[in-house]
Ligand binder design. Structure first.
Ligand code: DGL
Length: 270
């Protein structure tokens, strides 16, 4: 196996990052993936920056044992809190989901009013806002934490009147703010795209950072000359810190490729 065919490490606080992994599989079908979901310590969205950095460092150490050539931080909260610190400690490329999502929203907004929904941690970090203002300080950025979205998705309540009701409570204020782009700034939210779209209306462009991250990853791999060979048959490996069966059934409900083997890892050992 040439170095270029070694896997990409992808990690998240749990199952949500599978929305990023599935975009990588769709857009970069020759790339192998080692996915780690921190199902024992989810959620990250309500934890402190220090804790998220510590968890992310452990996961990166674990992924390095799998000889990954690059790391994707699929979790918005970890991208917001830990990416800047950890990428400086690494000699392989690392990308998160915040910048690709923000870039796409900036490129597409016409009225310079962008909304962001995410976990409490992501919204509190203001990283999306900071990044957007670094590129265009005239853009108005409006954030809203939607903490109940994650459990609703994990309960499989993607099309449910309870989810509709909660979503309209969260989004009603944003709707009045006349944004023309809304970043779905949490791993789970692309799975609520139709619910959010119904409430926001068809004039609001919904930005899926998972999709944009896979695009950026493809560009990064080409730029570094480390994209997998066109003939490479990819291998997908999944690791979790707890509840492998639950992870498996969620994975099999959203992934384009059947998820067979999921292994448990004691992540505190790394
Ligand atoms: N993966 C997290 C994120 O994208 C959502 C779930 C959690 O709070 O851990 O921010």
């Amino acid at each position: 196996m040439s170095d270029n065919n070694t896997p990409i490490g992808v990690f998240d606080s749990g199952v949500g990052g599978l929305t990023v992994a599935r975009e990588i599989i769709r857009q970069l079908p020759n790339e192998s993936i080692v996915y780690f979901g921190d199902t024992a310590r989810v959620p990250y969205g309500s934890k402190s920056k220090e804790t998220i950095i510590r968890y992310s460092r452990q996961i990166v150490r674990f992924l390095r044992t799998k000889n990954v050539k690059a790391i994707v931080v699929a979790c918005n909260t970890a991208s917001a809190y830990a990416l800047d610190t950890i990428e400086k400690e690494l000699d392989i490329p690392m990308i998160g989901v915040v910048k690709p999502g923000a870039k796409s929203a900036i490129a597409n907004t016409r009225n310079k009013r962008i909304g962001i929904i995410g976990t409490e941690g992501t919204i509190k970090s203001e990283l999306y806002t900071e990044f957007i203002h670094g590129i265009d300080p005239d853009i108005e950025v409006l954030g809203k934490a939607c903490p109940l979205f994650v459990p609703l998705v994990e309960e499989g309540m993607l099309h449910d009147t309870v989810t509709d009701e909660i979503a309209s409570r969260y989004l009603n204020d944003l709707k009045k703010q006349e944004i023309d782009s809304l970043i779905l700034g949490c791993t789970h939210y692309p799975l609520l795209r139709s619910t959010v779209g119904k409430i926001m209306g068809n004039k609001v462009n919904l930005v899926n950072p998972a999709y944009e991250t896979a695009v950026s990853l493809g560009e990064l791999l080409n730029q570094k000359g480390i994209a997998a060979d066109k003939t490479n048959s990819p291998v997908y490996e999944y690791y979790v810190s707890d509840a492998a069966e639950r992870f498996k059934s969620f994975a099999n409900s959203i992934m384009p490729v059947k998820t067979e083997m999921i292994r448990l890892v004691n992540i505190e050992e790394y």
